[in-house]
Design a protein around this ligand. Structure first.
Ligand code: FAD
Length: 523
């Protein structure tokens, strides 16, 4: 086994969710040689796979302007209109061209063959394309199946990116200091061998998804430890809007549910939130009632829980809809039933959970970050579309569109350049004496990160909480960095290092912004 293995490609895509795979497929169509990295043993595992509700299309009596209005309204006045306009004008037709026609995603249709558009909170029209409540699975499986058969895409699954390779930082040539800083690939851990390998690339697309796992309660799967945010931060890329963490109002409250999401489409279909003694409460908090934007619903639930001393509220669909619940929400029905909750008759116990990062690595309309040759797409990036809060079902659309746009831009500008001198980039140097990792320490550090974020940088923030949170995270980061420098590397160590870095980015941003807006609420 070659411990110092090197790989070469035109485009390195880190992440195989909707953003990564749409970028990889588009780049490959232009003949570029692509490597796609995924830190999981399954190519499909991602936030994308777990998405339930759907993806925005163009409804019947709909228009790009109506979609723009809805996105801007949800973003609470700070969405980037230029990016929102691109999303609304190009997004829905790309869904049709790319996902429906090219990939063959079987979005549900009515008997007459027309799309069965669903309604979701914050949308003024029924415009959500879906595949029951397993839309993400249908999209991700379709993308993987298609991409796997493309010759100039190489998949490295079960590989964790450790750090972006940048010059001058990683160059041994002192004259590299006079070059514009740029990304030339990544150091990656082969999870199976626990050896570090190097990938040299002309362009890199960061598509590592979200960060929900830095919170105690989250809907995100285990890969969402914020790696891309941490790597880009260490590489010096510019960030925006990191204080805006969207909490999903309704994750299943049950010890064995692991943050299982109860789709907002349920409230779109008429379900109502109620206190434990069966009193609906959303009309008290918003003229839109149960269809109010997510942050308002989360705070309402939080207030009800805190005020009454309850640890959850109920979501009742059985009493309020005429639709065939089992047919419309089969995955939710099955999951709840497996935990002895029959949603055809029973109310569902729910709590809010960290769900989506509205901010991220700042990108322009072509996915370019502030670091040369580094692009970003999907949840790790910030186009500015989501502003202070995300409109439901726009994130997969943004990932798809910016994945494609980034790859198109790369392909249009690629001239076979290799922006690195390979001999000037050292191989990975492990510490002289590697220390074995104690899992109890890692577990405790994670618990500290997650509870600090939940209690101090959560749904309702105060300056005092943020001050305390920031100080605790800074202390913890020093300790974890010290531990990282000596540790034998494995995915668990890397996740922890990225988790603490990303938590601190969020906490610092939240502390710096004293104005309540959207998902950043300071009491
Ligand atoms: C339960 C749930 C329901 C949702 N429902 C919807 C919905 O209905 N509609 C909607 O639009 N959005 C929804 N979202 C949000 C949406 O799913 C995500 O924002 C979107 O899928 C993100 O796509 P992505 O390609 O950016 O990242 P992901 O799909 O998360 O993919 C990230 C990839 O990066 C890989 N990765 C991460 N770190 C590393 C590393 N260090 N090295 C190598 N690989 C790495 C991961 O393994 C994964 O392959 C939902 C999210 C969740 C969790």
């Amino acid at each position: 086994m070659d411990d110092n293995k090197k790989h070469y490609c035109d485009v390195l895509v880190i992440g195989s969710g909707i953003a990564g795979l749409s970028a990889a497929m588009t780049a490959s169509e232009s003949g570029l040689d692509v490597i796609v990295l995924n830190k999981e043993t399954s190519l499909e595992e991602s936030n994308t796979f777990h998405a339930q509700g759907g993806i925005v299309g163009l409804g019947k009596d709909d228009s790009p302007q109506l979609l723009i209005n809805d996105v801007m309204e949800a973003g609470d006045g700070i969405s980037n209109l230029a990016a929102v306009t691109i999303l609304a004008s190009e997004g829905p037709s790309l869904v049709e061209e790319f996902l429906t026609k090219k990939v063959g995603v079987p979005f549900l249709r009515s008997g007459s063959g027309e799309f069965d558009f669903a309604q979701e909170a914050g949308h003024s029209r029924r415009r959500i394309l879906h595949f029951m409540d397993t839309t993400g699975k249908a999209i991700e499986e379709g993308l993987v199946e298609k991409a796997k058969n493309i010759q100039n895409i190489r998949f490295l699954k079960n590989f964790t990116a450790i750090d972006l390779l940048t010059i001058p930082h990683h160059s041994t040539n002192p004259l590299a200091l006079y070059k514009e800083p740029q990304c030339i690939g990544a150091y990656v851990l082969n999870n199976a061998t626990e050896k570090v390998e190097v990938i040299f690339s002309s362009y890199t697309v960061l598509a590592t998804g979200g960060l929900g796992r830095i919170y105690l309660h989250t809907t995100n799967p285990s890969c969402a430890t914020g790696d891309g945010f941490a790597m880009a931060y260490r590489a010096g890329a510019r960030f925006i809007n990191m204080e805006y963490i969207q909490f999903h109002p309704t994750s299943l409250f049950h010890k064995d549910a692991d943050g299982f999401l109860i789709s907002e489409a349920m409230r779109g279909e008429g379900a109502k939130l109620k206190t434990k003694d069966n009193v609906p409460f959303m009309d008290k908090y918003s003229p839109m009632g149960d269809l109010a934007p997510r942050d308002e619903v989360c705070r309402a639930i939080y207030e009800e829980m805190i005020g009454r001393g309850d640890s959850y509220v109920y979501l009742d669909i059985a009493s309020y809809t005429k639709i065939d619940i089992k047919k419309r929400f089969p995955a939710i029905y099955e999951k709840c039933l497996s935990l002895d909750i029959d949603i055809l008759n029973d109310s569902i116990p729910v709590v809010p959970a960290a769900h989506y990062s509205c901010g991220g690595v700042q990108v322009d309309s072509w996915g370019r970050t502030s670091l040369k040759n580094l692009f970003a797409a999907g949840e790790v990036s910030a186009t500015g579309i989501h502003g202070a809060n995300r409109l439901a079902s726009t994130s997969m659309l943004e990932g798809l569109l910016w994945g494609v746009r980034a790859a198109k831009h790369i392909a249009n500008h690629f001239e076979g350049e290799k922006p690195y001198q390979e001999s000037e980039i050292p191989l990975w140097q492990p510490p002289e004496k590697e220390e074995e990792v104690d899992p109890a320490l890692i577990q405790q550090d994670w618990l500290s990160i997650k509870s600090t974020m939940w209690n101090y940088v959560g749904i309702i923030r105060t300056i005092k909480r943020l001050e305390r949170g920031r100080a605790d995270l800074r202390y913890l980061k020093n300790r974890i960095d010290d531990f990282y420098r000596k540790a034998h590397l494995n995915p668990i160590v890397l996740n922890l290092r990225n988790g603490i870095q990303t938590a601190l980015i969020v906490a610092e941003a939240a502390f710096a912004n004293r104005n309540s807006r959207g998902a950043h609420f300071i009491k």
